[in-house]
Design a binder for this molecule. Sequence first.
Ligand SMILES: *Cc1c(COP(=O)(O)O)cnc(C)c1O
Length: 367
Amino acid sequence: MEVPLLDLKAQYARYRDQVPPAVESVLDSQLVCNGPPVRQLEQEMAAYCGCAAAVGVSSGTDALLSTLMTLGIGAGHEVITSTFTFFATAGVIWRAGARPVFVDIEPDTFNIDPAKIEAAITEKTKAIIPVHLFGQMAEMDPITAIAKKHKLHVIEDAAQSIGATYHGHKAGSIGTVGCLSFYPTKNLGAPGDGGMIVTQDTQLAERLAVTRNHGQGKTYHHQIVGGNFRMDSIVAAILSIKLQHLDQWTQERRGHAARYNELLSGVDGVVVPHVRDGNESIFHQYVVRMPNRDAMREFLAEQGISTGVYYPLSLHEQECFKDLGYKQGDFPESERATREVLALPVYGELTDAQVAYVAGKIREFLA
Ligand SMILES: *Cc1c(COP(=O)(O)O)cnc(C)c1O
């Protein structure tokens, strides 16, 4: 049996009938950049995330970068984030001219450890970027309390957690802003790149929209230096179609996760993902821990099962950040996670038989 890690063609087959009229309508209008479908998606996404406003942008990375630019975070400033995340989270801090300051993770959720944030705060700190990794939100109550106490912005990196909740609050709705990614492999994936910033602050949303278009308020009058962070209309139109299916797809992912949990819980040599009380995960990834991860991965590949390693290296260990002065051993939980994590296929279109096959092969290897 073949089990890919993700099957976007199978997903496309479920909504492709809806696509041609939407694309034709954009092409007929010729408003192909940042046009009416982007305005529509912004309204839908603000509502979906429980936010007052949303600003469509060119990618999840640009959502984060343009937020830092809009908040005036740059040279001489520090921004705190997790060392166990996708590169973009820290890359944007660097590109804005600020210094990324890393914090270790909690071993059960892989999210930033709130208890370790305060020690990383200095007079230069301007913001915390908690990352809601693998579909589960970070511990936003303590993070928000720390941010309030030290007057810091909280920029939620919700690229992997659209629709996840923390004590009833949607990802992106708690911080100064939330940043979403529509990269094709994300739970809500675009036909290309795309991203969105959601916020409760409508005035900030207006400023973010100015940054998105070269800092241009009135045409050819530039209040600030922004960038080209615009979203394409075809991307937005197709995302509006896919958004109608998102909750269904999330339920399917949760079903697969529950089945894996049943089949793998208590098996020696596997730790299944932990979703904390008060959290609802969207299972962007279903990540288990295994001490002999690499051998397991090779064995599963031989059985036709594709898996993923997110991430094989912490950010403080990346070559490009060596000048920040971190060394191996600085963040032991993250470093242990890089050796133990394995993402199993969890996309909606998987069959129960495929899930059972994957779990069975894992048990076979460990027996
Ligand atoms: C995907 C991702 C991003 C970047 O989003 P892009 O749309 O690919 O630019 C940022 N942070 C995290 C945690 C991500 O997973």
